[in-house]
Design a protein around this ligand. Structure first.
Ligand code: 4NP
Length: 155
């Protein structure tokens, strides 16, 4: 399974999502590859926001070596699943697709989180809600693995 996490800047939410999924993939010994990207390209070449790094570190996850990049057309063929953080990411990513097969790969990550009514991961860059974001992502990502692990084992 190849999973791409996407947010706006690729310095807060999607790097955290990438780090959390990488940690779980290692824990469950899965042969998955994970990456993340932003829709904006505003922070191309930068490491994650210090607050995202510290929040992950508190939870035993190192994301400080990640480097921000913009999503590109080839990602739609290179990845099986493209998980976005909010509706605006969704709209921006869908605009880049050219085929229904590509669109079918794009999902809101909180659709996997059964413990919340929220559909969007708030943007912690502005409101500092890094712990809330971590929790929402951690719960969702556990379900991402549960859902797609099953699919992999029967194919
Ligand atoms: P992210 O957060 O999309 O979770 O990486 C943001 C990072 C930077 C900006 C906005 C959101 N910005 O406006 O630069």
């Amino acid at each position: 399974m190849k999973v791409l996490m996407v947010c706006l800047g690729n310095i807060c939410r999607s790097p955290m999502a990438q780090g959390i999924l990488e940690a779980k993939v290692e824990k469950y010994h899965l042969d998955w590859s994970i990456d993340s990207a932003g829709t904006s390209g505003w922070h191309d070449g930068e490491h994650p926001d210090q607050r995202a790094i510290q929040t992950c570190l508190k939870n035993g996850i190192n994301i400080r070596d990640q480097i921000s990049r913009k999503i590109r057309p080839i990602d739609f063929s290179a990845f099986d699943l493209i998980l976005v953080m909010d509706q605006s990411n969704y709209d921006n990513v869908i605009k880049l697709t050219s085929h229904p097969k590509e669109r079918a790969k794009v999902q809101l990550i909180l659709d996997y989180n059964k413990n919340t009514q929220r559909r969007e991961v708030p943007d912690p860059y502005f409101d500092n809600s890094f712990d809330v974001v971590y929790e929402l992502l951690d719960e969702a990502i556990e379900e991402v693995i549960a859902a797609h692990r099953k699919v992999e084992s029967v194919t």
